[in-house]
Write a protein that binds this ligand. Sequence first.
Ligand SMILES: Cc1cc2nc3c(=O)[nH]c(=O)nc-3n(C[C@H](O)[C@H](O)[C@H](O)COP(=O)(O)OP(=O)(O)OC[C@H]3O[C@@H](n4cnc5c(N)ncnc54)[C@H](O)[C@@H]3O)c2cc1C
Length: 481
Amino acid sequence: MRPCVAVIGGGISGLAAAHRLTELDASLDVVLLESRGQLGGVLETANEQGFLVEGAADSFLTTPTAAVDLCHRLGLDAELMGTAKTCRTAFVLSGERLLPVPVGFHLMAPSRMWPLIKSPILSWRGKLRAGLECLLPARRTDGDESVQSFVCRRFGKELFERLVQPLVSGIYTGDPQRLSIEATFPRFRQMERAHGSMLRAMLRQPKSQEASSGARYGQFATLRGGMTTLVNALAERLPPGAVQLDSPVSALQPLDRGRWQLEIGGGCPRFMQVEGVIHAAPAHQGAKLLQDVDAELAEELHGIEYASCAVVGLGYRREQIGHPLNGFGLVVPLVEQRMILSCSFSSIKYPGRAPEDAVLMRVFIGGDCQSGLMRLSRDELIAVAEKEVAELLQVRGEPVLRKIFKHRQAMPQYHVGHRERIARIGECLRRFPSLAFAGSALHGVGLPSCIQSGETAAAQVARQLAVDGAKQGDSIAQLLR
Ligand SMILES: Cc1cc2nc3c(=O)[nH]c(=O)nc-3n(C[C@H](O)[C@H](O)[C@H](O)COP(=O)(O)OP(=O)(O)OC[C@H]3O[C@@H](n4cnc5c(N)ncnc54)[C@H](O)[C@@H]3O)c2cc1C
């Protein structure tokens, strides 16, 4: 009998886990159970009227290398592409104007002072307060704090509101008042600990040659055909019959010798018994599945909140847009009281995503701070995106393409204390060696972290089954002796 491992959830984390299991041990049976009728989870690529529109992620970091490594192993090298070499900047809305994020300002702190001093984004008072950061003593006590508290403490409220909040909210669609600095940007807290000041640490870093700001665009890559290329390549590598779509796991029950019974489907469920389980669905699903198995674990999983958001793809003819589009996108501070979080100039960042003489925008709406907007209908959300983009980028006329992706409860929020919670979840899981967790709720929401989490979970379960197999082998050998 070949031991069987069930992977719950066919997003990138579950796919990476299932694929890694087949790489590690060809003697394992792998089943990937996905509740929806398609794989990829939040990842979806639409090809319409010559536009390539991503529904969620459109890029991944090349360091850590898990995503790029996986693409290499899947033979997708020719599909990999970097961001355009020019226009590597983002704009931030400041009153009526779109101003470039100062060169060298990366998410939370400047690596160069002069561009920040010259920029009109901050008042003189705000600049002075930010500059004082290098004189402030470092916080000596350990323990987590919110992103907002950390940045306001170091650089002052103005720099937080005008630059950090919009840049950070663009990544986590979260509320910086609740997001954990230790779980989201530990690097910056480490800088404070090690150097006493982030400014001193950033200014000491070797200066990169690229004049970028906002995100470090040179460190991002994508796939020419979009993220579904990766999803499809992973699915194709799985053994025939391994993927079971429209198969929501509705209950999970431990059996003897580390085995599990899964209930699949609602009204008239079917059952499956397996030797190992990898849970790669959202944490709130895990909480439901495990509430009768381990109340403590279920409660910890339940405590991980999720945010909802929408991505609206809008295509325009280039001549419809008054703005020069000499950047990769724009972010909108909450203090500006607009109805969008950000807008990515997709076809500028990744040429080829719109027909010749056309431009593709992706507008982000919602998140933890503007969750009420998610009650709007799809048409209303598209209308919001159109109106805001028209005002901010001086657009004339109707878009030639409209496409919306709504993500309900899709983005885990790493609130203050997240790392401690994940450690406690790890402790609970020690009670179930043949059950592993993967996914964006754990150690990072970016694709490399999700892939890494899936591959680590696969290694853990494969190792456990090998141990169990060896134990059984030993006892058989003893019996034979
Ligand atoms: C709008 C948006 C933009 C983003 N942009 C980027 C970006 O540019 N770069 C980047 O690196 N990351 C980005 N991310 C983050 C990244 O895309 C996600 O963190 C990652 O794709 C999550 O993958 P996952 O497999 O962990 O979860 P999911 O994609 O949520 O997949 C979970 C799967 O589990 C399934 N499932 C749920 N319950 C059950 C059940 N009971 N039984 C079986 N299956 C079940 C779901 O249907 C789903 O398919 C973005 C995310 C969003 C939402």
